[in-house]
Design a protein around this ligand. Structure first.
Ligand code: FNR
Length: 181
């Protein structure tokens, strides 16, 4: 069983991005076990705070990331880039120097927006950081989920879109198994 950390870049209670992440989690195959790793209580990264003891929330977050086998990132787009909360989470778990706990974990990037462009800018910017963090990232299919507010039903996300999510998960599962065998 592979443990997959879910990181959601929105802190909003009624977040569309969180609904997409929850739907992905429900569709995961039996050998992938997704679990949310919250990022909302991490103080902004400041290297001075590493000594003498880093904030407890940083330590807990680093441990949670270290324990998972792969990571699924779900992000909205803020001003054509990453939300600060998500970038901060990337930074926190990349330090202290030499202790980047993201490294080597197979990653999936999904961007979500009510707009037509589907968070393309955030998606690309996230991929740029994940390259530096030494995470292998699923390249295709790219997952830009646009027009999300129209894809929501009372039960979650419309069925046709869920089928597309299932295809992305299937590709990630193949990618993960290839890397880990
Ligand atoms: C946005 N939004 C937005 N949408 C987009 O497609 N491209 C963008 O560049 C931006 N920029 C932006 C900046 C800021 C500061 C906010 C608060 C919002 C709109 C955004 O997609 C929308 O608020 C989503 O609902 C945010 O995702 P969640 O919170 O629903 O997951």
């Amino acid at each position: 069983m592979a443990h997959i950390g879910i990181i959601v870049g929105s802190l909003r209670h009624a977040s569309f991005t969180k609904k997409v992440a929850q739907t992905f989690a429900k569709l995961a195959p039996a050998d992938l076990d997704p679990m949310l790793i919250p990022i909302g209580d991490l103080p902004l990264y400041n290297e001075d705070a590493e000594v003498p003891t880093p904030p407890a929330s940083w330590t807990a977050f680093r441990e949670a990331v270290a324990e998972v086998d792969g990571v699924w990132f779900f992000t909205p787009e803020y001003n054509r880039g990453l939300p600060a909360a998500l970038k901060n989470a990337l930074d926190v778990a990349s330090r202290p120097y030499g202790k980047n706990v993201w490294a080597g974990k197979p990653a999936l990037v999904v961007s979500v927006s009510p707009g037509a462009i589907g968070g393309f800018g955030a998606n690309m910017q996230l991929r740029q950081s994940l390259t530096f963090l030494d995470m292998p990232v699923l390249q295709q299919p790219e997952a830009y989920i646009g027009g999300i507010s129209k894809l929501l039903t009372e039960d979650g996300i419309v069925q046709g879109t869920q089928d597309y999510f299932a295809l992305i998960i299937d590709k990630y599962a193949d990618f993960y198994r290839q890397l880990k065998k």
